[in-house]
Design a protein around this ligand. Structure first.
Ligand SMILES: Nc1ncnc2c1ncn2[C@@H]1O[C@H](COP(=O)(O)OP(=O)(O)O)[C@@H](O)[C@H]1O
Ligand SMILES: [Mg+2]
Length: 252
């Protein structure tokens, strides 16, 4: 991993930083506006660090909506999601609202603040689930972490909050240094859509083409696809705690 680069607020006007704050390409008005917006949140500096690279500069992550970096906000280190210039969203209001609903049931990084182009949340210092799995040998710990992910999905289902991108779970499940798990990115979450958090994450974990499926197959044994499909179907039809626990039992 590249060494972290700390850039004071004022210096974000310089390249290559300006074009990361205003990804994929900056312009003089936009960067000025964004620096001012960050100042109003009490941001003093941004730290470029992480396993993802943008223009050869390390960041925590990048998706279609935002680039995520570390920010120093009123003396605290926080996660800062910066809206891409080319994002098909005009602001972070919906994501902030969904994140707070998730927080209310103990899911997701804690919401801190929001404005048009920025969303601040609790900084999760960890690895994406699949990278984490690669470093683990302890079956009991792996089971505990996975049960925890599935329990969080169950809570979201129960609360009627559909995450929406748990089939793309590799980028949305983080395990921190204390082996706590966090579901991130509530950008496409919905309280209107039918909830499919548990089934989506099960499909990704146990019957996808993912690295996770391969690694979990090695740890817990490869699952019979037809059996899993039947169990998931049954869970969908009769969603209750007993069938959820049956699913856990079968998968892990
Ligand atoms: N609070 C956070 N702490 C640490 N890393 C995060 C946090 N939020 C997001 N990330 C990282 O940044 C990546 C991109 O964030 P995400 O919200 O998924 O953006 P997008 O909506 O553009 O997909 C995530 O996949 C994750 O690796
Ligand atoms: Mg994402």
């Amino acid at each position: 991993m590249k060494p972290p680069i700390t850039v004071p607020l004022e210096s974000l006007i310089e390249e290559p930083y300006a074009s990361i704050v205003c990804y994929p390409r900056t312009n003089p008005t936009e960067i000025q506006k964004r620096i001012e917006e960050l100042r109003q949140h009490g941001v003093s500096a941004v730290e470029f660090v992480g396993k993802t690279n943008v223009s050869n500069i390390p960041v925590l992550g990048k998706g279609y909506v935002g680039v995520v970096v570390v920010a120093y906000m009123k003396g605290q280190k926080v996660a800062l999601k910066m809206r891409r210039i080319d994002a098909d969203r005009l602001d972070f209001n919906h994501e902030a609202e969904m994140m707070q609903k998730a927080n209310a049931i103990g899911v997701g990084p804690k919401f801190i603040a929001v404005s048009n182009n920025f969303l601040f949340s609790q900084l999760i210092d960890g690895d994406l689930l699949e990278d984490w799995l690669e470093t683990q040998r302890d079956k009991t710990l792996i089971r505990k972490v996975l049960v925890n992910i599935l329990e969080q999905c169950w809570s979201l289902d129960e609360a009627g909050l559909d995450h929406g991108e748990l089939s793309k779970a590799p980028k949305h499940l983080i395990v921190d240094k204390e082996n706590r798990t966090f579901i991130v990115d509530f950008e496409t979450a919905s309280i209107v859509r039918k909830v499919i958090n548990v089934t989506s994450v099960c499909q990704f974990l146990f019957m996808g083409n993912s690295r996770a499926t391969k690694m979990l197959g090695e740890v817990f044994g490869v699952k019979q696809k037809s059996e899993l499909i039947a169990a998931l179907k049954n869970f969908k039809k009769n969603t209750n705690r007993k069938n959820f626990e049956g699913l856990l039992e079968m998968c892990l």
